[in-house]
Design a protein around this ligand. Structure first.
Ligand SMILES: [Zn+2]
Length: 430
């Protein structure tokens, strides 16, 4: 500035150096990563490109302006399959895969799904700052997990390094990193009269600072320019000054502020979206309008995305649940998955408490789960089922684990005198 006094100059120098001190002392994973860290990470990336659907058409991307973060709303195997091979749309049409460039598992392991120079079909109907079809100008990263279950520290570390590397290659700032839920939009529906945000909830639980990311957009440019209507809940997550991240693990439970729409987005009425009512009735998204009504879903209903069909669910209604292919412990036990009172019976015969499980995606198919239990109590010659469980020894909620690795509910045992010594009993907590 012309006419600056010497005093002003000193002040400017002071402010600049203060800024420098603050800036370089911000805790940040990406700035703390060394070249060696980046190289080690890059070498660790698993090549999964060979699994890509052969019908996927590779088209080079002309421009790279954004990195879009997603949560896959599936376990690892389901994620890898859908992204490389494709998925069935509600219309019945099948896509050809190529749905992202990178996948990051719960343990931080990173998969390269498609060369980053090609366009991946990951953002769908999308808009940012007036530009549409964001897939054409962006790189997609899928975090394995649900938008209502916390992202792991391993994932934050990997995505921090990956973003750091991509930012170097494509000269992108931290503002270029957005979530799918920020850029997706939808056409009018029963909740919105105009084009609107909220079609996707993807990665709304992504905490930027944990990935070493700095400043970002503090407003939605398309809402501000009135091209789109805001989604109130997403606006609060991304643009309000009071961060509501803490509530993330309650985020799939219906309440006054948490509607079917704010949990499931465009998938609210799909057959694969499951509503578990507090009275333990189960409905799929396509049944709600006729059997319940969208305004009549009771509070505390749990909403689960990408679930199997009703038959599969019925089988899992009792106290003993089984992990079928393509499902995770989270989809059966929710945030109770790692509690001491959630008990896992592995196909290998091992029994594990939830507190011993670090990753809900690591459990083998056919693992059985009981939720809200204590035990085991061992049946011995001088200790009968009745002595352990009292009058409820025949109850369907009292669970017996036989030395043959069979799990049985109390009401399914014909003769208690036949129970072999060494049978373990598990009792419900309440
Ligand atoms: Zn997404």
């Amino acid at each position: 500035m012309i006419g600056c006094t010497k005093f002003d100059n000193y002040r400017i120098i002071f402010v600049v150096s203060l800024f420098t001190i603050l800036f370089f002392h911000l805790p940040s994973i990406s700035t703390a990563a060394t070249e060696a860290d980046r190289q080690k990470f890059q070498r660790s990336i698993i090549d999964y490109r060979w699994q890509l659907n052969s019908e996927f058409k590779k088209i080079k991307r002309g421009e790279t302006s954004y990195i879009i973060v997603h949560t896959s709303e599936l376990g690892l195997n389901g994620t890898l399959r859908v992204i490389s091979k494709g998925k069935r749309l509600p219309s019945g049409r099948r896509t050809h895969g190529g749905h992202t460039h990178y996948v990051i598992a719960r343990d931080g392991r990173t998969y390269r799904m498609l060369d980053s120079k090609y366009k991946a079909d990951h953002a769908g109907l999308s808009m940012w700052n007036g530009e549409t079809d964001i897939s054409k100008i962006s790189i997609g990263i899928e975090l394995v997990g649900y938008h209502y279950s916390p992202i792991t520290m391993h994932q934050y570390r990997s995505i921090g390094l990956l973003i750091d590397i991509l930012q170097g290659v494509y000269s992108l700032s931290d503002r270029a990193v957005l979530t799918h839920s920020q850029v997706a939009y939808g056409f009018p529906n029963r909740w919105f009269k105009k084009n609107h945000r909220g079609r996707k909830r993807c990665a709304k639980n992504f905490i930027r600072t944990k990935a070493g990311l700095g400043p970002t957009w503090f407003y939605d440019p398309d809402v501000q320019a009135r091209r789109l209507t805001a989604d109130p809940q997403l606006a609060e997550v991304f643009y309000s000054r009071h961060k509501i991240y803490a509530k993330a693990d309650e985020a799939n439970i219906i309440s006054k502020s948490n509607t079917a729409w704010s949990i499931a987005g465009e998938d609210y009425d799909r057959q694969t979206t499951v509503y578990k009512f507090p009275n333990s009735r189960i409905y799929t998204g396509d049944q709600i309008s006729e059997k319940v009504g969208w305004n009549r879903i009771p509070p505390k209903t749990i909403v689960l995305l990408n679930q199997e069909t009703g038959i599969e669910l019925d089988r899992n209604k009792g106290p003993i649940k089984t992990i079928p292919d393509g499902r995770t412990a989270w989809s059966l036990a929710g945030k109770a998955y790692n509690r001491r009172t959630t008990i896992y019976f592995l196909p290998s015969g091992r029994i594990k408490y939830g507190s011993m499980i670090s990753n809900w995606d690591d459990l083998p198919v056919k693992t059985k789960i009981i939720i809200g239990y204590r035990g085991p109590f061992k049946i011995q010659r001088d200790r009968s089922a009745y002595q352990i469980a009292g009058v409820r020894y025949k109850d369907r909620k009292t669970i017996y684990y036989l030395p043959t690795q069979k799990l049985l509910a109390g009401n399914n045992i014909r003769d208690f005198n036949d129970l072999p010594s060494g049978t373990l009993v598990f009792l419900p907590i309440s």
